[in-house]
Design a protein around this ligand. Structure first.
Ligand code: P1T
Length: 387
């Protein structure tokens, strides 16, 4: 199997087909698995936290979509991130992280991991010179998000992997925004890919989950040991919801991208918009890198509305089709103000330092009809201009 969509539909199904010919993966709810003889108690499936058939199909499928060998599914993106760090790092270790990250990831680093003696330096990973300078003797991980949430900054995965490997350091890439359809970091030298599968992979805003993918058998064994030891696994039903969603990932991503590209162009030409952040626009400072390392630009964009927080609030509250909500990657369009919502746990000073202004609006462009989406945004601008 080679094609992305074929893999998204078929990989792992043979596990079930041989029994009853299931075309759709069954949900295996049994928490434990009986054996005929004592000598078999450690063979095959034993206990559902350790291994579950529905989760295993999903793990095989996610590995295939990232062009990786191994994947593990977790109960949320944060659980996946926590499990990576607790599997690989200990007291006294150091992480170099992109300074623009999902607010929850920064919260995990600053408010939890630092308590356990894990140190984090934030660096603008758009610039590899800054990365070179940040290495310490105890650096164990470089943590990359690309495109970043919410400013859509990019990091050069291949260049960063080369530098990190020269320092004996592993590279983790959070690939949530691009999805494996538009970017596959393992192909570019990254060691570990992490996902919030809550987003594009599941795609229907009805399941919270996470995943880790790698090609390295030793890393996989270590992560798998900790998946069982820490216990933050994805449930069989949630695994099934993700399996159901992921089959249409390629179709959804094409439509997300089509809508996002057109909305980005519409916003860029609007006189009530100061700036648009979308890697598919030629005005994006890293557009050339996006063309080189991504297979497409995705469905996320941000923009600064003319004025400030007052205008941003008025705008997001006046829309009808775009729901005012956190999260992203579902079929329905969502809109939010990072300074007040997804990135509120970061101090205002810190936000401004990385260029995250109060007037920034983040959009998860859904797969609705483009004209309806643009008309909705236009209505929002009219509300502000009539104030
Ligand atoms: O929500 P959860 O499944 O635990 O995933 C966390 C996470 C990890 N990485 C990235 C890039 C993310 O965007 C997220 C979750 N983000 C949101 C809920 C949000 O609205 O940005």
């Amino acid at each position: 199997m080679k094609g992305f969509t074929t893999k998204a539909i078929h990989v792992g199904r043979d596990l079930f087909r041989k029994w009853f010919g299931d075309v759709v993966e069954p949900i295996h709810l049994s928490t434990t698995f009986a054996k005929e003889r004592l000598e078999d108690v450690e063979k095959g499936y034993v206990y559902s936290r350790t291994g579950n058939p529905t989760r295993e199909v999903l793990e095989k499928r996610l590995a295939a979509l990232e062009n990786g060998r191994y994947a593990l599914a977790f109960s949320s993106g944060m659980a996946a991130e926590t499990s990576i760090i607790l599997s690989l790092l200990g007291k006294g270790d150091h992480i170099i992280a992109f300074d623009d990250l999902y607010g929850g990831t920064k919260r995990l680093f600053n408010k939890v991991m630092e308590r356990f003696g894990i140190e984090v330096s934030y660096v603008d990973l758009r610039f590899t010179e800054a990365l070179e300078e940040a290495f310490q003797d105890n650096t164990r991980l470089v943590w990359v998000e690309t495109p970043t949430n919410p400013l859509m900054k990019l990091a050069d995965i291949r260049a960063i992997s080369d530098i990190a490997h020269a320092h004996d350091t592993l590279v983790v890439v959070d690939n949530t925004f691009a999805s494996p359809y538009f970017q596959r970091p393992l192909e570019l030298g990254a060691d570990i890919v992490v996902h919030s599968v809550t987003k594009y992979i599941a795609g229907h805003s009805d399941v919270v989950g996470g995943a880790v993918v790698t090609n390295d058998e030793k890393l996989y064994k270590r992560l798998k040991f900790h998946q069982n030891a820490l216990g933050a696994i994805l449930s069989p039903f949630d695994s099934w919801l993700v399996l159901r969603g992921v089959k249409t990932l390629s179709l959804r991503m094409e439509r997300h991208q089509y809508n996002a590209m057109n909305i980005a162009r519409y916003l860029e030409s609007h006189d009530m918009v100061d700036r648009v952040y979308y890697p598919g626009l030629e005005s994006h400072p890293q557009h050339e890198l996006a063309k080189r390392q991504m297979y497409g630009y995705g469905g996320m964009l941000s923009f600064e509305i003319r004025g400030g927080l007052r205008e941003a609030k008025r705008f997001v509250e006046s829309l009808e089709i775009f729901s005012l909500a956190e999260s992203l990657g579902g079929v329905e369009s969502l809109i939010e103000i990072p300074a007040l919502m997804t990135h509120a746990s970061i101090s205002r000073d810190e936000r401004l330092k990385i260029g995250l202004r109060d007037s920034l609006i983040r959009v998860s462009v859904g797969i609705e009809d483009l004209d309806d989406l643009i008309n909705d945004l236009e209505r929002g601008f009219e509300v502000i201009s009539s104030d």
